[in-house]
Design a protein around this ligand. Sequence first.
Ligand code: HEC
Length: 169
Amino acid sequence: MAIVLLLALSSAASTARGIEGTIAPASTGPGVHRAVHAFGSSAQTPARSLWDGVYVAEQAARGQAVVARHCGYCHGDGLTGADDPPGPPLKGQRFLDRWFGRSLADLFVVIGVTMPRDDPGSLSLEEYADILGFVLRENGFPAGDTPLPATVEGVGALKAILIQPEPKR
Ligand code: HEC
């Protein structure tokens, strides 16, 4: 699983490798930057926004159970972080500040390629998609009608969706 994601998303995956072993300030890989930039400059398809709802409620509910089994002992079942074994919070302002400006594909790949830290890449794409839905829900992003994809191509398309604060209307 990890290998497939790595191959299909090599530009985003370099970010994932860069982030492993550090919870220091967020850095976006140049490849991802280029991909996002290229997409933004093509006027045809307006990018979907995270605030339109990019996961369905059922995914987040399933993801909560997956997190409790595979992630909670390091990150807390409620994603608020833990000390022993240590894992940073996966919700809240500090987490979001690290991720604003990066893509949903980046976050998917960091989770899918480097986590669970003691058994990276061990879950199915469906389970990783469900986890991402739960992480989004817990960070206040709305559910919608379109499920997060559980195919490699689908995850690649998430490069076009940026993690960003709610746009002012
Ligand atoms: C054995 C402990 C452990 C487990 C289990 C674990 N993690 Fe982590 N996780 C960490 C540590 C430590 C870090 C910070 C250092 C790093 O990135 O490796 C981290 C980092 C992360 C990050 C990046 C956080 C940021 O602010 O950028 C995400 C996202 C993440 N984990 C998600 C998950 C998910 C989802 C699971 C379950 C599938 C999981 N982790 C399971 C220990 C763990």
